[in-house]
Design a protein around this ligand. Structure first.
Ligand SMILES: *Cc1c(COP(=O)(O)O)cnc(C)c1O
Length: 472
């Protein structure tokens, strides 16, 4: 493709993107294709001769688009948001054109230094203490893995990295039974073993029970296990519950255990002064992750990982083959030593674009509005006698179910499952579910970039209408 051809097609693509944004609500939110349907439509083998970009665009429209679920639709209420925004998309276009490989400072000084500055901006915005340093990772899963491996190295005096687990004893990691599955995955990958992940019971509001945590640690120490890391969550996946950070922090400090905080989704709410209470106990935190790629209008992927003891992080991950030795080493941040992959995308640019474009007040207004939408929805649900809330609502997530009187639990579960599928099959909205105390629970998240009260109210009308048509 020549530069001139590129220019022509790029304009077409930008036009397509703007049209998509304008008409996103015309698409069914959740793709309705059947397994294998798209695969069958794609050529069996690559073309031997060059094809035009127009041919690709045609197939993109006809083959790919029907198989897309529209995460950027304001009627997307499932899972957690994976928001983007126009300023993020524009910056991603520039990043893509540069396609710089930002593994070390020297391979693009601006990428490293913008990343350093953006992490300071974010750290201060969410209220982490100034002795934290940050680095952008691809996902919260990777950030948490980096935290657990660093905790493992710290407790084993960097022995596991050198010799394996031979003399390391049995390490233990603690989280609540509501903690995200990425923690279990990290514990497996870090070689600690899934059996050594202790899932502590929760309180009625689904936050970690601190007494149970203390008991588990005491019991483990009596039995010769080595407590290595505690994971506290601010905004769990099931219900967005918030673990009691100060109490957990005190336990971690008393026992010399690494404290990692997973605020992948909920962390964005920390930009609001009225949600700073979630971070009470911040002085005990060793590492912290939140994803601007969830609720903060920044395209996937962009996970902000903060750590106090960067020296231990770097000692855990650094490698120095001859071809990566530079004259600036030690004077600048070479982020390849701050995590797992060597190669790194230039992710800081989209953050810079988003934060400058909204301004901190603009970001706060939007997040506050999303939280208000959730509490408004919760109010509406609580006034209907045949619906019930199944968890307290604090952030952008409402957990509820249809519950007409006189129906057994068993039937309620299948009715709510049916309701979920019926709603999603309309293509008008998309909800997901969880199980809470064996109850099938609908989850509705009001955190999409462009969601408004009107979208939420129309969705709620649809939910009531479909629910009341269910036959028992
Ligand atoms: C979404 C989420 C994760 C996983 O995030 P990825 O960036 O997709 O790895 C982890 N923890 C919590 C609490 C989450 O909400």
């Amino acid at each position: 493709m020549t530069p001139d051809e590129f220019r022509k097609h790029a304009h077409e693509v930008v036009e397509w993107m703007a049209e998509y944004m304008e008409h996103i609500e015309d698409y069914p939110v959740k793709s309705a294709v059947k397994p294998g349907e798209i695969f069958k439509k794609i050529q069996d083998a690559p073309p031997s001769e060059p094809e035009s970009f127009s041919a690709l665009m045609k197939d993109f429209e006809e083959i790919i688009m029907p198989g897309i679920t529209h995460w950027q639709s304001p009627n997307f209420f499932a899972y957690f948001p994976a928001n983007t925004s126009p300023p993020s998309i524009l910056a991603e276009m520039l990043t893509s054109a540069l396609s710089a490989q930002c593994m070390i400072w020297e391979t693009s000084p601006a990428a490293a230094e913008l990343e350093e500055r953006m992490m300071i901006w974010l750290r201060d915005l969410i209220g982490l203490p100034p002795d934290f340093e940050g680095v952008i990772q691809d996902t919260a899963s990777t950030s948490t893995l980096a935290a657990i491996i660093t905790a493992r190295e710290k407790i084993s005096k960097f022995m596991v990295n050198e010799e394996g687990f031979k003399n390391a004893g049995t390490l233990r990691v603690y989280c609540s039974d509501q903690t995200h599955s990425s923690v279990e995955k990290a514990v497996k990958i870090a070689g600690i073993g899934r059996k050594n992940l202790v899932k502590v019971a929760v309180n009625d509001d689904y936050s970690m029970n601190q007494e149970k945590l203390r008991e588990a640690i005491t019991e483990d120490k009596k039995n010769g296990f080595i407590p290595c890391c505690i994971i506290a969550t601010l905004g769990t996946t099931g219900t967005a519950s918030v673990d009691p950070l100060r109490a957990i922090g005190e336990i971690s400090r008393e026992n010399g255990i690494w404290l990692h905080v997973d605020a992948a989704m909920g962390g964005t709410a920390l930009i609001l002064p009225e949600f700073q209470w979630m971070l009470d106990g911040r002085e005990y935190i060793d590492s912290f992750v939140f994803n601007p790629h969830k609720w903060m209008f920044t395209s996937f992927d962009c996970s902000a990982f903060f750590i106090r003891d960067t020296e231990s992080l770097i000692k855990t991950f650094e490698i120095l083959p001859e071809y990566l030795k530079t004259r600036t080493r030690g004077k600048v941040n070479d982020y390849r030593d701050w995590g797992i992959p060597l190669g790194r995308r230039f992710r800081a640019l989209k953050l810079w674009s988003v934060i400058r474009s909204y301004g901190t007040n603009g970001l706060r207004d939007k997040i506050r509005y999303h939280i208000r939408l959730a509490s408004r929805l919760a109010e509406n649900i609580s006034t209907e006698p045949d619906f019930e809330l199944l968890a307290p609502v604090s952030l952008n997530l409402v957990c509820f179910r249809y519950h007409p009187s006189g129906i057994t639990e068993d039937k309620l579960n299948s009715a709510n499952e049916l309701l979920n599928h019926t709603l999603n099959d309309t293509g008008r909205i998309y909800l997901s579910h969880t199980m809470l105390n064996d109850r099938y629970t609908l989850r509705m998240v009001t955190g999409q970039t462009n969601v408004t009260l009107d979208h939420v109210e129309k969705a709620w009308d649809l939910i009531r209408d479909k629910a009341r048509k269910i036959k028992f």
